[in-house]
Design a protein around this ligand. Structure first.
Ligand SMILES: [Zn+2]
Length: 358
């Protein structure tokens, strides 16, 4: 059992949640949940990148049930209203977000959000909305999963060949390639992606991504039922690796396009692959100049009122294989559960705190 799961075992049980609810009621932290895809497909047989699956539909329902019972789920607009009226953030504030704009957000998540009357924000990569163009990570995953090659040399990445002889080896290769593609300049990434299909001798079938992304009609229907939309750029580049003019258009044009479709202000932005190294001060200042009021990163944690950067709000990741116990513990004790330094050094404290709660 991982250390995180052990801590979750101690802290994520319903009794601990109940005993901690007075502390939770006083909590001024803002939790922002980060989802990607809500999908019931077997991750092992998915033709695309299974790392993007955040939860199965039934798991998502359980998570939403817990969130509704224990938190004040708000939108960025609610948060902004509280701030402009100088009321401060609501206690136990929580925002639900989805990145990229996959259509399973509409098919699988939206009915549950509606059923529980929960607001949420979907960050759209506008160049993919209503299109059948694969995201670059799904393209990489598809090609590596479908090649008949048993090994491949990617000279830019490593001198030795990558093993493709088993599903596990292919998964490892996909992870390694995607990691590398997030470190390199945009032109290098595009050059690599353009050559990949022929290098692996795979033909991408026509319409392989048909129905994979939200359409503007889906977006409008969701917007009519309490779902909010933010920008996640046009093409999902790594913003610290693109030139000034592309940066400007990715950030401002995507906002304009969504506002044009929905007729309302887009106030939030999510940095693609948004760890702190993947955007910088220049990116943040453009986000501010374009009129966004909030921006979320992919660094883990809860935001603390008065002590956080509105243009780099941390989030709480939701991963496909996590238990409800871990989900609960991450939300109730984000400081303990999500800080790497805390996970190791305070495990003993967690154990004793957990023991007390039992
Ligand atoms: Zn993304």
């Amino acid at each position: 059992m991982s250390k995180k799961e052990l801590a979750a075992l101690l802290l994520g049980n319903p009794l601990a949640a109940r005993l901690c609810s007075p502390a939770l009621r006083r909590s001024k932290g803002l939790r922002i949940l980060a989802y990607h895809r809500i999908l019931d497909d077997d991750p092992r047989s998915l033709a695309f990148d299974e790392a993007l699956i955040s939860a199965r539909t039934e798991t998502f329902r359980e998570q939403m049930k817990f969130v509704r019972r224990n938190f004040d789920v708000v939108s960025f607009e609610d948060l902004h209203r509280c701030e402009t009226e100088e009321k401060g953030w609501p206690r136990r504030a929580l925002i639900i977000t989805f990145d990229d704009g996959y259509r399973d957000n509409y098919i699988n998540a939206f009915p549950i959000l509606k059923e529980f009357h929960l607001p949420a924000t979907v960050f759209l990569t506008t160049g993919h909305i209503g299109s059948a163009r694969l995201f670059w990570w799904d393209r990489v995953a598809y090609l590596i999963k479908h090649t008949s090659r048993q090994s491949v040399i990617f000279a830019d990445l490593a001198e030795t060949a990558f093993d493709l002889s088993t599903a596990r080896a292919r998964r490892h290769t996909i992870e390694r390639v995607l990691w590398w593609l997030k470190q390199v300049q945009e032109e290098t990434r595009n050059r690599f992606l353009d050559a990949l299909a022929s290098e692996l001798d795979v033909e991408l079938p026509e319409g392989v991504a048909e129905g994979m992304h939200l359409s503007w009609d889906d977006v409008k229907e969701m917007a009519r039922s309490g779902i909010d939309f933010g920008s996640h750029t046009i093409s999902h580049p790594i913003l610290s690796h693109v030139g000034e003019s592309q940066l400007q258009s990715e950030i401002s044009e995507s906002k304009r396009i969504i506002e044009q479709h929905l007729g309302r202000e887009v106030m939030a932005f999510a940095y693609p692959a948004g760890r702190r190294t993947r955007f910088n001060d220049n990116v943040q200042s453009i986000v501010a100049r374009c009129g966004y009021r909030y921006a979320v990163s992919y660094d883990e944690g809860a935001a603390v009122e008065g002590a956080c950067d509105h243009l780099a709000l941390p989030r709480i990741h939701v991963e496909a294989d996590e238990s409800l116990r871990l989900f609960r513990a991450n939300l109730i004790f984000p400081k303990w559960m999500l800080s790497r330094s805390h996970t190791d050094s305070t495990l003993k404290e967690l154990a004793s705190a957990g023991a007390l709660l039992w």
